[in-house]
Ligand binder design. Sequence first.
Ligand code: F6P
Ligand code: MG
Length: 529
Amino acid sequence: MTASGTNGVHAAPPQVTKTAATPPVVVPAPVNPPKQTILSLGALPPRPTAWHGKGPRTPSRIDPNNPPWPAYRGYHEYSFAHATMGHRLPTILGKAIDDVVRTLNEQSDVDRIVDLVESIARMQDLMEDLTGNTKLRPIVDDGEGDIPLWNKEIAQFFQGKDFMNAPWLFAEAYKYRRLHECFSVSKYWKDYDVFFRQKCDTFSRSSKAVFELSMRFSKPWKQVESLNATQKQEAIRLMFHELTQVCLWGNSTDLSLLINMTEEDIKKLQSTGGDHLAATEKNILGNDIPRLWETVKRISQKPDGRIDFILDNAGFELYCDCVYADWLIQSGIAKQIRFHGKRFAWFVSDVTRKDWDWLLNTMVYGQLFPEASDAQMDSLRAMGERWKQYEREGKWVYEQHPFWCTGYTFWDLATEAPDVFLHLSRSDLVLFKGDLNHRKLTYDCEAPPATPFDMAIGPMASLPGAPPVCSLRTIKSDVVVGIPEEVADRLNRDEDGWKISGKYAVVLLSDGRPGEKVRFQSQGRFAFQ
Ligand code: F6P
Ligand code: MG
């Protein structure tokens, strides 16, 4: 089955004519984004065979084409993989082409123009490959460090596979690397981010929630002096509980799903008030926040407690992450926070270094919110200045390892990026934000919903030295683990589209094996299972 055969609406790519003698000429074609937000996809058809959660594959037989439980693949009409590969990705790519055409029309230098026209031609080729469901070819060697990781994985596991029959996770990630390649082989546009405008724009349309948080949290946090020790501990626990949820629900604004959302829609999703959070807590279907608090209390006893964020989306979600991280520092729980972002534009809204810098600088120097009061702008500036100061002092560190933008799941982190595993093993808590990170932790496969989180994340829980890992994820795709079976049964029966609406969430914790010496096996994939 080809993607184009299943795809109702997608953006028409611009037509690029190439001749030997003259530079190519671009004629942008009109783009027709979908009228509805993709969130209203509704029910997915039922899975055709009787799959009742058989046991997982034995570890030695697990590989990227054969996850522990059956993989989701684009041709599975019952899964969100199908809608994504056949409909959402071509739409996203069409909008990306629009963005580049807009940039092209703002250029005056002929070399830069011709170079960018060639990038657009490559994007059009990618659109043809995607909608024509061609086989996955190696990534062109653009001199970047991740090439061996990509091409080794393609050669070892995906020879002859196409966009629709490769596991969804790999095929989707591959599309974003191919999109990056359209620019990485250019001369002037190597770091061009086709989603940058969208990311900034959505943050600028989030003013209500942005100021709700800045007005509350810009002043340095301190305990009320009149409280006794028990009351102080309870006050700090309550704050932790609230801010963990602010951080969690910040993940519901994901640009790849929110195409065409109105400002009102965004406001509803971003409500950060205490009452709203209490009401939405019942939507956290697997809720380890109480256990997470016990972990955090232990960290606060350490003189050098470190917490890592494996970041997800830029803009409002990153802002919520930073509000949380700010409080974790101010309350004395952590002495250092390390943030891990992406090396290039990834899954539309993910944080890159440029997004990180943009957020902190726009808070201090920007004029994004013309309607804001002086007090609101002051609060945003004060918070931005404090965050920049954390960076200068090394209390906050931003990093970007190539592994985060590969098609590997985190079951392969220790084997494919042992340096990252070792680095994370020294953390006291690693918070994985969002849906894609959750898919990668759990191998994005059809594990039964009641599968314990530890089991679903395999080596990230069971390897010696594995740090405590927590997934803060609003549910936006098929894989769901760590929730009671009866809850999944009820939602499957009563609520169409519950796995893709972003209305439900999980906060799942694995204790890991911290403190044990990390050892790497020279051979074999999961030697420590
Ligand atoms: O395209 C599907 C997807 O990869 C899903 O995982 C999710 O719906 C979205 O894109 C990314 O979500 P997040 O930004 O939370 O990782
Ligand atoms: Mg994302």
